[in-house]
Design a protein around this ligand. Structure first.
Ligand code: WT7
Length: 647
């Protein structure tokens, strides 16, 4: 099989921040002496007290400890705002494009951003929030979400953003786990022409939280909401009298900046902790070089601030670089499938960063939605969240990028804080479907199941040797789980949970998760979380959940459900269960397939054999592998005969 290789465009290389030659030299230097490399690059941000130590990392199990720029102090918000005001106060920092295209877009300058964030910070202080306190942010994609995050950073509070698509239960779990003293929400969240009752969700969630938790409500739609006197505060009321002057708090490099919950292979989401100095240096450095960001360009990442992509590449990375970053409240298909491209056209977007699932959905609607827009402002395209299939890649390259825009396929995770493997536009020849080569300071390795490093062109498990500044530092409240999840299985490495192949050119091809985590529309979902939601239903005795290939979502959610004695299976019950999971976790967790399972395939010791369930869901039943350890082999025949593929 001959592989497609797209050479670096000389046009892009001419003005790029990194070229093929400088990449090789910089990469070599970055792994030869990481401390010296990051000593230089750490200075790209402003420090209140400069650091004298750069890297203090121990990767030896079980004493793993990760610290960067340890004795430096800084303020992240001041780096993202104040230091730009003198030189680019009137430049737009944030372009806000609302859900409804007939509503006016907003342009917020760096000077305005400073006032808004400072005012928000003073409101937080007025509510008793201080350094180290946790604040949960449950907001739509509106500028206020950025103000709230940066206001926390300004006063040293730790934010934990919860995606507005998550359910009241999921919100309550995160408020309780982080022991937040304040939740910030809005009345309603418009999205795709509909509005989610966010405040009402927050009301439900807070019934499950401590009485002392306060609720700060921002106005988005002005729609009807309930009010709890003494607990609820209206942001606009408090902001009226709040000063627009709030000196940034001096923070240690290793003080936590935020907690972001993500699914793991057990039922309980992990509170991934990122700290201030290393995270910001890494987010800014990757944003500049991976997207080859140039002063004055409009940059648009379509993610939601509820995910890490929104943290690092809508907010912190771009703003630290003084960029103009676009925040979009809507969805790609509202009011029609042309929306993304109209926004690119309207705001003259140069750099566009999205997820393969969105591209697949839009590709299916036909090219006429694209060709009626002027996309000539586009220079660089990006992809993130899951492997991008060759069809989507070529459509993106040909129809969106007109064959002239490099596509950076960026591999990273909530845990990594920033991009670890990706092409650089002016340096890396592209291979569709490959995240290509590591960023500076990142040393990927391919391991076999025993943890031996493999060399040359091979497949195995992806791990990272040594630390990089943007790495997560711990799991909130559970450092032991941090060590056991990422450092126990393969000692001396960071274990990412992905499988990969490395080809003869040293390019990395991510092949998907090797644990019980699935990737639905670029969002991570622990199958155990869906299972716990299902068994929480009174009619369900047992459930097993696996992923299966899905045309648009990448992976769909396939559930095998055993009902309680005496409960009659029916299609109505399937719908009820699917909606149940949707309300328990959120719309992204809604099952795609439910199959009744009179029994589940188990080993004699009672362990569910997911490998077999995966094969059935993938309709790959020709070779079920070793079934000799099954307690009741007949169970499998029944599941195969009744799988969704046999109907
Ligand atoms: C998992 C991390 C990082 C922001 C979005 C997701 C998968 C991510 C790629 C890519 C292949 C990818 C991996 C990873 N993934 N980017 N370019 N190619 N797979 O963050 O929710 O923490 O999920 O997403 O499986 O482990 P996340």
């Amino acid at each position: 099989m001959t592989e497609t290789v797209i050479p670096v465009s000389p046009d892009v290389a001419k003005s790029a921040s990194v070229t093929a030659e400088s990449y090789e030299a910089m990469y070599a230097a970055s792994v030869k002496d990481p401390a010296a490399f990051w000593d230089d690059h750490g200075r790209r941000i402003d420090w209140i007290r400069p650091y004298s130590t750069v890297k203090a990392v121990n990767y030896d199990y079980p004493d793993v400890s990760i610290r960067w720029f340890d004795d430096g102090t800084l303020n992240v918000a001041a780096n993202c705002i104040d230091r730009h005001v003198a030189t680019r106060g009137d430049q737009t920092a944030i372009i806000f494009e609302p859900d409804d295209p007939s509503e006016a877009a907003q342009h917020i300058t760096y000077s305005q951003l400073k006032d808004e964030v400072s005012r928000f910070a003073n409101v937080l202080k007025g509510l008793g929030v201080g350094k180290g306190d946790r604040v949960v942010i449950y907001l739509p994609m509106i500028p206020v979400a950025a103000y709230a995050m940066l206001a926390c950073a300004r006063i040293g509070a730790i934010h934990s953003v919860v995606f507005a698509g998550f359910s009241p239960d999921a919100l309550a779990d995160r408020v309780n786990d982080s022991e937040a003293r304040l939740v910030i929400t809005a009345d309603h969240a418009p999205r795709g022409g509909r509005a989610t009752a966010l405040k009402s969700n927050a009301d439900k969630a807070l019934r499950r939280c401590k009485d002392s938790v306060k609720l700060l409500v921002c106005t988005r739609t002005g729609g009807q909401i309930d009010w709890v006197e003494g607990r609820d505060f209206r942001y606009e009321d408090l902001a009226e009298t709040a000063s627009a002057d709030c000196p940034p708090e001096e923070m240690d490099a290793e003080d936590p900046l935020f907690i972001l919950y993500t699914s793991g292979s057990t039922g309980k989401p992990k509170g991934v902790v990122h700290t201030s100095g290393g995270y910001l240096v890494y987010a800014a450095m990757t944003h500049e070089h991976v997207f080859d960001y140039k002063d004055g360009e409009v940059y648009w990442c379509t993610a939601d601030v509820g995910w890490v992509t929104g943290h690092s590449y809508i907010l912190y990375g771009p703003l630290a670089n003084g960029a103009t970053t676009l925040m979009f409240e809507g969805v790609p298909t509202f009011p029609d499938a042309s929306r993304f491209w109209q926004v690119v056209d309207k705001h003259k977007v140069s750099i566009f960063y999205t997820a393969p699932t969105a591209l697949r959905a839009l590709m299916g609607k036909g090219d006429e939605w694209v060709t009626k827009c002027d996309l000539s402002s586009l220079r660089i395209l990006g992809s993130v969240g899951e492997p991008i299939n060759p069809e989507a890649w070529s459509w993106y390259h040909r129809v969106i990028g007109k064959g002239k825009c490099p596509i950076v396929d960026t591999w990273w995770q909530t845990e990594t804080g920033g991009i670890l493997i990706s092409p650089l536009p002016g340096a890396t020849p592209l291979k569709p479907g490959s995240a290509t080569r590591p960023f500076f300071g990142v040393e990927p390795v391919v391991l076999d199941d025993q943890g031996n490093e493999l060399s040359g062109a091979v497949s195995g498990v992806l791990a990272i040797k040594d630390s990089w500044p943007g790495q997560m530092r711990t799991i909130w409240g559970d450092h032991a789980r941090f060590i056991s999840t990422y450092f126990e299985m393969f000692k001396g490495y960071y274990f990412a949970g992905d499988g990969c192949r490395r080809d003869e050119d040293g390019y990395y091809w991510i092949t998907g998760r090797v644990d019980d985590v699935i990737n639905v529309s670029g969002h991570r979902m622990g199958t155990a979380e869906v299972e716990s939601a299902l068994v929480a239903h009174e009619k369900v005795a047992e459930a097993a959940v696996v992923g299966y290939p899905h045309d648009i979502k990448g992976q769909g959610i396939y559930c095998y459900v055993t009902l309680m004695e005496g409960v009659e299976p029916s299609d109505a019950l399937k719908t009820e269960l699917a909606n149940w999971v949707r309300t328990e976790i959120g719309p992204i967790a809604k099952p795609d397939v439910i199959q009744w399972a009179p029994g589940l395939p188990k080993t004699r010791s009672g362990k569910i054999m997911r490998r077999i369930l995966r094969k059935i869901a993938e309709n790959d039943t020709g070779n079920l592998g070793d079934t000799s350890t099954l307690a009741e082999p007949a169970v499998v025949d029944d599941l195969v005969a009744n799988s969704v593929h046999k109907q």
